[in-house]
Design a binder for this molecule. Structure first.
Ligand code: C5J
Length: 221
């Protein structure tokens, strides 16, 4: 048994074969000027502070040959997988599918839709493309995890209260034991990040656990 010091109490991993690191949406569209995040009116530089920590976690999983799953929020070029409710939301100048400085906003294959170069997936790592905020919606993620016998998920990425939290809630309802790595996730709104951390671990861990990257590395040994 592997114990990771966490809140509201220690996170227990039966063994390292049951765990995957899920890195949510570390894309240029969210972290760099000219992408979707900025089109929504956000200061995207806030998200860049977690890049070294996410990289450290990736390196630790790579060194131990443990599974890594990256996700990308994106839409098909014809936007047929983007419902009007998502397409038309917001009052920004640029909408999903419009051409911005990094190519078409939130469209698969465009320069801005790629994962930032520092965290690029390596061959053999899974990349889940997802049209929604949650990584289980309209994807093969659940089947892939069940097929590999993975029961425990460690979460990093952006943004804490949108795609990370949505995916953790989806995972929790499907019976996966979910741990959020606090210093490997970030939000455009610090108060939303803090609230998310607190609501995840409230009520005895109603959605899951939270911890630090250092605790994860110590626990994995
Ligand atoms: C958002 C995400 N915030 N990855 N996406 O629209 O959190």
């Amino acid at each position: 048994m592997i114990f990771i010091s966490a809140q509201p109490y220690d996170y227990e991993l039966p063994d390292a074969t049951k765990v995957a690191l899920i890195v949510i949406d570390m894309q240029r569209d969210f972290l760099e000027p000219g992408g979707f995040g900025e089109a929504l009116g956000n200061d995207v530089t806030r998200l860049q502070s977690i890049v070294p920590t996410v990289r450290k976690l990736l390196d630790a999983f790579r060194d131990r040959h443990l599974p890594i799953i990256h996700t990308i929020e994106c839409h098909k070029p014809d936007l047929s997988d983007c419902p009007p409710a998502k397409l038309n939301r917001g009052k920004g100048k640029l909408k999903i599918g419009d051409v911005g400085p990094l190519g078409r906003i939130l469209v698969l294959g465009e320069p801005g839709n790629a994962i930032i170069s520092e965290l690029s997936p390596l061959p053999g790592e899974t990349v889940i493309t997802k049209p929604g905020k949650g990584a289980f919606y309209h994807t093969d993620l659940e089947y892939l995890l069940r097929d590999k016998g993975i029961t425990h998920l460690l979460f990093a990425g952006v943004t804490t209260e949108v795609c990370v939290q949505t995916t953790m809630r989806e995972a929790n309802d499907r019976g996966f034991e979910s741990l959020l790595i606090e210093d490997a996730t970030e939000s455009y709104f610090p108060e939303f990040k803090q609230a998310t951390i607190e609501m995840i671990r409230a009520q005895g861990g109603i959605v899951g656990w939270t911890t630090t990257a250092e605790n994860v590395l110590q626990g994995l040994g």
